[in-house]
Each structure stands twice: as C-alpha cells, then as structure tokens.
Design a protein. Structure first.
Lengths: 216, 200
C-alpha cells in the first residue's frame, strides 16, 4: 500500500475507473415548443449507464405535453400523453443513440414552454485519487457532505423555480381572463338591455299597428 | 457534448434560460451538416458557422456573434430574468435542398465556474481541498443569487394574484350597478313609452 501523501503515478486501474466515472453528464434545457410541433433530442449512451429524464411544462394551455423515449432499436421505453410533469429512470441496455421527443401536436394554437433535465450516469466521486482503503480526512469528508447537500439544494431549488414559474403563469392567465371577461360581459349587458328596450318599442311603433285595436 | 437535436438549415432555434443577475453562462456547441451524397452528417463542413444571439429580458441584445462550426460562447447576465439564446446557421443557400438539415450538439452551463480537473490532481492534498472548497463557495453564491431572484418573482406572483382578487371584486360591483341602473332605466323608459302610446 503506498504511504499516504505520496503522489506517484496513478495505478492504471484507478485511472480507467476515474475516466469511466467522469462520463456523467446532465443537460437541462428550457425551450419553446410551438403548436403542432415535435422536438426530438438525441444522446449517445453507453451500456449499463443509469439515466434519468425529467421534464415539466412551464407555460401554455393546459400545461401538458406528450413525451416519448426510444432506445437505439426503436423500442419505446417510455411513452406518456398529455403529462404535466414526470421523471423516468432507466438503465441503458445497449450502446447507441437514445432519442426522446416532446410533442405538442394535439394543440391547435397554444405553444408550450418545456423544461427537461437529462442526467446520464452517476456523478464522479469528489476525491477519486484517494486510495479507497484509507479513510478520507475530516476536511475531505466535510467537502463531500457539503457537496452532496448542495446538490440536493440545487435540485430542490430548480423544482421550486419551475413550480413557481408555472403558478405565476396561471395567475397571469387568470388575471387577463378576468379582465377580458368582465369588460365583455359589461358590454354585452349594456347592448342587450338597450337593444331589448328599442326592440320592444319598435313592436308598438309600426304605422299599421293600430292603437285603436287595443282600445276597442 | 453529447446531447444533440436537428433543425432545418435556415431555421432559428432558441432556448430559454431564466437566470438571476450577475450569473455567468457558458455554452459549448458543435454543428454538423447533413450531406446528401454520403447520407450522413459531415464531421466538419467548411464555411459553416452559427450566429449565436443572446437577448436579455428587456429585449436588449447581449451577444450577437458568428462562430465557426464548433465553439464556446459565454455571457454574464446583468438583469435577472428570461434570457433567450438563439442559434441560426449562416447558410446563404436560398434554394434549400429538400432533406438538408443541421445537427446541433449543445451543452450549457449556468452559474458555476468549472474546475480544471487536471490542475487539481497535479497539486498536493491541501491545495486540492482548497480548490474544492472554493468551488463549493461559488456554488453557494449561485444558490444565494437564485434565492434572491426567486424572492423577486414570488413578489410579482403575489401582486398578480392580489390584483386578480381585487379585479374580480371590483368588476362584480360594477356589473351589479350596471344591472340595477339599466333595469331601472328599462322600466322607466317602457313606462313612459306606453303612457305616451296611451296603452296604459
């Protein structure tokens, strides 16, 4: 066992493992999906990697979208219609390009803003050089636990931000709807009532209508 | 640069980043063009470039540059809000050949200063922990900025909800008044009309 503190050339096995562990990636993108449109994303994944796809609709219509995930052979791994939010974890059964698509084809005129987060692989450990047999020092283990806590803080923060954006979008929709509806209703009310009176008056105003008929 | 998607040659594709102020955003991209002869994407197409345009929430253009087929762009947000990053190729072919499309690889990192992993391994133990701690501090600052921004947005949300609430009350009152006054006017008007027509 090499003495602690010495930093000779990394044993080849550790190096390979560190490189493989570094294949972890996460991509998150927020994009606008126009009505009747479909947008697909592709990612090359190695066999055995654990991946997570999470998506949420932030603004637009009924806040729902169709989502579909296919493996390189075209087998559908995940398919949901009109979902607002979902999270799907899978392990890649073979190497190749995986494809996931979001579709707004059922909607005629609303575009949706969709957020998705595609995580490939686990995060590499913070101190990969450390020979795992010896214990991490207090500093290093404090770093590791702060890092883990921060990751979950950032994760919660992202979820909260998306939920708040969705809530705010609904509140703004509600506000504009109330305004238009109230103005519309006030106008209809006035037009109908005034129209009623004039229509009624017009029934009695024809030249040939005799007021005498009522009299006799 | 693993995630990619396809767009048409002259199409513009935009993504939205809702970020707090003073946040650094780094984007890496790579673009490939579909070649009809080999029925695959060319590894590198000469002369192909991408216009990258970044618009701030106040519709001010923060960045608008032409990059080559592969590149990195960065910008720092001055205002918190939705920044829109748009990609469009500089292809000037007017007659777009059917079936031609572009493949764009994209990776966008928000708010963190990224570590040079090799630099860490070269230094000794104390420096390694030091660098990790600095990275963690940077992450915490990012979390704090996001929290500040969240506060602003929640305030806007609350204002909108309160405005809706008072709008509903106000309109209900106005409509009731309209209803009553129009009703009274109707009856009066008809009564006068019938009296003048000697029906009553």
């Amino acid at each position: 066992m090499p003495p602690r503190g010495s930093r000779g050339p990394l044993p080849p096995l550790l190096l390979v493992w560190a490189l493989a562990a570094c294949a972890a990636r996460a991509s998150e993108i927020t994009f606008e999906l126009p009505d009747n449109a479909k947008q697909c994303f592709y990612e090359e994944i190695a066999q055995g990697t654990k991946c997570t796809l999470e998506f949420q609709v932030i603004t637009g219509g009924h806040y729902d979208v169709d989502c579909r995930l296919e493996d390189p052979d075209g087998i559908v791994l995940y398919k949901e219609m009109k979902k607002q939010y979902d999270s799907f974890t899978f392990t890649a059964s073979r190497n190749g390009t995986y494809k996931f698509c979001f579709s707004n084809e059922f909607s005629t005129f609303t575009h949706k803003t969709v957020y998705f987060d595609f995580q490939v692989g686990e995060d590499p450990p913070l101190f990969p050089n450390e020979n795992r047999v010896t214990a991490l020092t207090q500093m290093e283990s404090a770093c590791v636990s702060i890092h883990e806590a921060l990751k979950s803080v950032i994760d919660y923060q992202t979820h909260f931000r998306l939920r708040e954006a969705q809530g705010r979008s609904r509140a703004e929709d509600l506000n504009t709807r109330v305004a238009y509806w109230s103005i519309g209703e006030a106008i209809i009310l006035l037009v109908v009532s005034i129209g009623q009176v004039f229509l009624l008056k017009s029934f009695f105003s024809d030249k040939r209508t005799t007021t005498t008929r009522v009299g006799s | 640069l693993a995630l990619y998607f396809h767009i048409g040659e002259r199409e513009e594709k935009c993504i939205i980043e809702d970020i707090p102020s003073d946040t650094l955003v780094v984007g890496n991209y790579k673009v490939q063009r579909w070649d009809l002869h080999i029925h695959d994407f060319l590894e590198s197409a000469p002369g192909l470039g991408m216009f990258v345009t970044v618009t701030s929430p106040t519709s001010e253009v923060l960045l608008s540059k032409l990059y080559g087929p592969q590149g990195t762009f960065t910008f720092t947000s001055y205002i918190s809000g939705e920044h829109i990053i748009c990609f469009q190729s500089n292809s000037t072919r007017f007659a777009v050949i059917a079936g031609s499309k572009l493949r764009i690889h994209l990776d966008i990192k928000v708010g963190e200063h990224f570590l040079d992993e090799s630099a860490i391994q070269a230094k000794d133990k104390v420096n390694e922990v030091n660098i990790r701690l600095e990275h963690l501090i940077e992450q915490i600052h990012h979390v704090t900025r996001e929290q500040e921004y969240e506060r602003e947005r929640e305030e806007k949300f609350r204002k909108t909800s309160e405005e809706t609430n008072s709008n509903i009350l106000w309109w209900a009152i106005v409509q009731t008044l309209i209803l009553i006054s129009v009703g009274i006017w109707q009856i009066k008007s008809l009564r006068d009309f019938f009296i003048s027509k000697k029906l009553v």
